[in-house]
Design a protein around this ligand. Structure first.
Ligand SMILES: Nc1ncnc2c1ncn2[C@@H]1O[C@H](COP(=O)(O)OP(=O)(O)OP(=O)(O)O)[C@@H](O)[C@H]1O
Length: 318
């Protein structure tokens, strides 16, 4: 039977440039008489609502979902699919078209939507091809037992403050114009330095329990990249079934801060004093003070957090 495709397009991705990309892909699909439908989202909440109906439709069981957007859009789709069909593995095809594109970078996919589309059509129409399996992060809130997922990372502290600052300013638009992901822009980091406080974190792994009094940046991740291309954990493996975390204590002065930034550029942040690095099967993390949180570039809000992190595999066409 002819394969049908359902495209989910976030028009807001890449500061609103994603619809132009979609028009190019649409022409390609029409040229090759591909059986497809489009859903252009109105908000992230609407994507979840729309997917709920779509996943219940018996006529769409074999339809291939294709996501066209950034890391945030992929996050929303995976969370919705796993919320409504937790026991079914429904492979997701993903065409990266965001501003940061850390998921694509971690899996070595070039940002060329037309090339991605052609590859996905080829793969999904070849019965010999199997989807690509990658780790996604799983986190369960210990206060309400709710489980959610991330494709890149979850951060508490500095990176989340940067996400919040950029989302609430015009910075994201001009950073995109310059072709820069949020955290790759040093000036914004320097501005955040003055606003980000340090905070205590309790960590529990199979190796024991630890309390770090002055955490500054806490990022739990599947792979090396965050913030739109910053290679913060070069040794994190997105296929090892383990969860990675880096915790950086607050630098005492600007000189120390600049030294840390330099070490990121040299890919040896984890060897600096005051930097803690974990690669484990399970990690429990609790904070006591109100802090910004982010996951895959989406704000979690300002809260105290108590999460248990693990990973699971998910099937992708990339
Ligand atoms: N119509 C819409 N549909 C879906 N999401 C929308 C819409 N309008 C605004 N958004 C917002 O778009 C953001 C998701 O964008 P996404 O992360 O996919 O792109 P990006 O930020 O350009 O890329 P990246 O995360 O890779 O940097 C969410 O914050 C979501 O709230």
């Amino acid at each position: 039977m002819e394969q049908k495709y359902q495209f989910i397009i976030n028009p807001a991705a890449r500061s609103g440039k994603n619809l132009t990309t979609w028009h190019t892909l649409q022409e390609e699909l029409q040229k090759h008489s591909v059986n497809f439908e489009q859903y252009i989202s109105k908000s992230s909440y609407e994507i979840t609502k729309w997917l709920r109906r779509f996943l219940r439709d018996p006529n769409e069981v074999k339809t291939q979902i294709v996501v066209l957007g950034g890391d945030g859009t992929l996050n929303i789709v995976i969370n919705s699919v796993l919320q409504y069909q937790p026991n079914i593995m429904r492979p997701i095809a993903y065409i990266p078209a965001g501003s940061g594109n850390d998921f694509a970078r971690a899996h070595g996919i070039e940002i060329d939507p037309l090339a991605s589309l052609r590859r996905i059509l080829r793969q999904t129409q070849d019965p010999q091809q199997l989807p690509f399996q990658a780790d996604i992060g799983v986190y369960t809130d210990q206060r309400n037992s709710q489980t959610r997922y991330f494709v890149n990372n979850l951060g508490i502290g500095l990176d989340a403050t940067v996400v919040s600052l950029t989302n609430h300013s015009s910075a994201k638009v001009w950073l995109n114009k310059l072709g820069l992901g949020t955290l790759s822009y040093g000036a914004l980091l320097m501005k955040t330095l003055s606003q980000q406080d340090s905070f205590p974190v309790n960590i529990k792994t199979a190796q024991g329990t630890e309390r770090i009094g002055d955490a500054y940046l806490t990022t739990i991740s599947n792979h090396p990249y965050f913030g739109g291309g910053v290679n913060i954990m070069p040794d994190a493996d997105p296929y090892d079934g383990k969860i990675d975390m880096i915790l950086v204590e607050k630098p005492q002065n600007q000189r120390q801060f600049l030294k840390l930034i330099k070490s990121v550029a040299k890919h040896n942040l984890m060897n600096q004093p005051g930097v803690h690095r974990y690669t484990v099967d399970r990690l429990e993390l609790e904070t006591e003070r109100l802090e910004n949180g982010q996951t895959d570039g989406e704000e979690l809000g300002v809260h105290t957090y108590h999460f248990v992190f693990t990973t699971r595999q998910y099937d992708f066409w990339l």
